[in-house]
Design a protein around this ligand. Structure first.
Ligand code: KG4
Ligand code: ZN
Length: 328
């Protein structure tokens, strides 16, 4: 089933054409306009989506060798995310759906991330555990079947990517800091500082990253600027080791408790080099999407949309944007 898909929930504008789990085109523009603010500015994000979505749609159709007439449905992220950003994609998709008389399907961004792994690994079948790790999310999900989820745990405070970005900011690095911290960490000593792991009282599979973030802040404040500059790689390595250990230990608990030995790690932080090295050492089968499908992208919304449409799901033209939408 051929689907035209849109993703505008945060600071990536993305348009894709997919045919079931096969991606025919995926055009993504990451907004660099936010980097000097150290975080995403919603007003700027919405305006940039609006500026590019039309020409990117033409490009995605061209690259896939399809016309609007070939498309059998329109998929769009309707939450969670920034309201004004979501609105651009949803209004654009609704307009096309109505004008072309093609079905509209609203997709939960988190379901999109879960489906992103099927693009490179269509052989992966439920049940499996999906660890969604990005700038906005940290969720541990039991995928019992296609479209059937049990939320096992989530972050009680910061998302893991957010913790990376905030630590990067404290160290004077630019946004988004995750990839920079990862790179520096690879050349540092991970035993240099012992950052504390959180003790979670509520929920066995929940996460917390605000404690380690504060520990890094206090550590930096207690040392001089010269010391921090000299040991920036060691601080990054120590932080990264603690974060990856937290993610791995919690995931391993779920693997053992639910007797599911397949794990998918999805979202921007799934690009992390230590995570990619450590998870396969401890879990029998680990699946990662390739880079363009880890970052926010419309292809993952398209494959989830194609699956839902093929099973008869439809959204009405009243589809709202839901900034706080949950997976289940
Ligand atoms: O999935 P994504 O593109 O957008 C959200 O839905 O948030 O994820 C972006 C996040 C940012 O916080 C970024 O710093 C983080 O993923 N990230 C990384 C790495 N690459 C991207 N974090 C740690 N290590 C990386 N290599
Ligand atoms: Zn995302």
């Amino acid at each position: 089933m051929k689907v035209l898909a849109f993703e505008t929930s945060c600071d990536e504008t993305s348009v894709a054409v997919v045919d079931d789990f096969k991606v025919m085109s995926n055009v993504t523009r990451t907004q660099l306009e936010h980097s000097r603010f150290g975080g995403v500015v919603p007003e700027i994000a919405a305006r940039e989506h609006l500026r590019y979505i039309y020409q990117m749609t033409k490009q995605a159709l061209d690259e896939s060798g399809s016309s609007l007439e070939d498309v059998e449905g329109i998929a769009v992220t309707y939450g969670p995310g920034l309201a004004s950003s979501l609105l651009v994609g949803v209004v654009f998709a609704k307009t096309l759906s109505q004008a072309l008389e093609k079905p509209l399907i609203g997709i939960n961004h988190l379901e999109g991330h879960i489906f992103s792994v099927f693009i490179d690994h269509p052989e992966l079948e439920p049940p499996f555990i999906s660890l969604i790790v990005s700038g906005g999310h940290t969720e541990l999900v039991l995928v019992e079947d296609y479209l059937k989820y049990e939320l096992l745990g989530e972050t009680l405070d910061d998302a893991v990517g957010e913790a990376y970005d905030k630590v990067a900011k404290m160290l004077g690095l630019s946004y988004p800091g995750g990839p920079i911290v990862d790179k520096l960490a690879n050349e540092g000593d991970e035993n240099f500082v012992k950052f504390p792991k959180p003790r979670i009282k509520k929920g066995k599979y929940n996460f917390s990253f605000s404690g380690i973030k504060t520990a890094v802040r206090n550590y930096i404040a207690s040392k001089g600027e010269d010391f921090v500059r000299k040991h920036i790689k060691d601080i990054c390595a120590s932080f990264q080791r603690t974060v990856v250990d937290i993610l791995l230990e919690t995931t391993l608990k779920a693997v053992e408790d639910f007797k599911v030995d397949k794990v998918a790690v999805v979202g921007g932080v799934a690009l992390n080099s230590l995570l990619r090295k450590e998870f396969p050492k401890h879990i029998p089968q680990v699946f990662f999407p390739s880079k363009q499908y880890c970052m926010d992208n419309a292809a993952m919304i398209g494959v989830a949309g194609a699956y839902r449409l093929s099973r008869g799901f439809r959204s009405s033209l009243d589809l709202p944007v839901e900034p706080s939408l949950r997976l289940v």
